[in-house]
Design a protein around this ligand. Structure first.
Ligand SMILES: *[C@@H]1O[C@H](CO)[C@@H](O)[C@H](O)[C@H]1NC(C)=O
Ligand SMILES: *[C@@H]1O[C@H](CO)[C@@H](O)[C@H](O)[C@H]1NC(C)=O
Length: 286
């Protein structure tokens, strides 16, 4: 490695280091990346939709109803996401999870690195872990920050469901990052029937909420730096005022991320309750 390249590399990583210190430190410590993987095997299969990888899980019985599964930053890298898709299929919905990140989701292995107790690690090991985090999150944040750019993928997924699978009813469900996409679908006239979000990220309250038109269930963590209880309450009032079908469910003892990757100290059934409430809401609203 020549000297210029070395200096540039150090410069870039220092930049990301401070970026993470300033913006992403609480998220990384508390949220999206801390959690556990769930046990199980995938039951669905991989497909391509207009050049984008996607996971599809089919119900046993023929169905005209589908779930578009909009993932967190771990996307197709995290087994939990596949298993939740399979559960929607078991509940009777053709379920598709498109790769929102073009192969660039945060590696699942990073979750265990960050979740681990770091207090006993040497400084070098801590630096090594930080380096891995920065190397993943820096580029991820820069590439995928603008969630609206992902809407064509969502649109293609819906088109695939309609043309290839004869789907007539569509529910969108979004976790963390995917939650923002659900809000944006309302702003870009994407055709769907109902929706749910769990601990959504990056929502602008009130702007994004004012523009929600389709039925929506909010599954809220008790402690969520991305959507505080106050912001959730404010959102609920806006939707009520605008006569949008809505439901807000709060899960005591939970933090951001609980519906996909619960932490060991969170109530064990919160994730399952969230899933069941989502299915119930879809069944009620479409
Ligand atoms: C599938 O169809 C069978 C026979 O009609 C029915 O008994 C069963 O409950 C259905 N399963 C689901 C998940 O809807
Ligand atoms: C949110 O609303 C609930 C129920 O209306 C209320 O009990 C709670 O105090 C509110 N929390 C905040 C932070 O506004």
């Amino acid at each position: 490695m020549d000297a210029t390249l070395l200096i540039q590399t150090i410069g870039i990583f220092t930049f990301f280091y401070f970026l993470i210190q300033i913006f992403a430190r609480p998220p990384i410590k508390k949220c999206c990346v801390v959690g556990t993987t769930i046990e199980g095997d995938k039951k669905g299969s991989m497909t391509h939709i207009n050049g984008v990888d996607a996971y599809i899980s089919m119900p046993k019985n023929k169905s005209e109803r589908a779930v578009v599964f909009l993932s967190d930053a771990f996307g197709l890298e995290l087994i939990n996401n596949y298993i939740i898709c399979d559960k929607f299929a078991e509940a009777g919905y053709i379920t598709i999870m498109p790769d929102l990140f073009n192969g660039g989701a945060i590696p699942g292995s990073l979750m265990s690195i960050i979740s681990a107790d770091t207090s006993k690690l040497s400084l070098l090991e801590k630096a090594n872990r930080l380096f891995k985090m920065v190397a993943s999150f820096g580029p991820f944040t820069i590439r995928h920050m603008d969630a609206a750019k992902k809407l064509p993928i969502v649109q293609d997924t819906i088109k695939e469901l309609q043309t290839q699978h004869g789907i007539t009813k569509i529910a969108a469900t979004g976790y963390c990052y995917g939650g923002k996409l659900v809000a944006l679908m309302n702003q870009h006239d994407i055709n769907f029937d109902t929706s749910a979000v769990a601990h959504p990220s990056m929502l602008k309250v009130p702007y994004d909420i004012e523009r929600i038109k389709k039925p929506i269930l909010f599954n809220c963590a008790e402690e969520d730096f991305m959507l505080s209880t106050k912001a959730a309450n404010e959102s609920e009032a806006i939707l009520k005022k605008n006569n949008v079908v809505n439901k807000f469910i709060h899960y005591p003892g939970t933090t951001h991320g609980f519906a996909v990757k619960p932490k060991p100290n969170e109530p064990k059934d919160a994730m399952d309750k969230c899933f069941q409430n989502t299915v119930d809401f879809f069944n009620e609203t479409m």
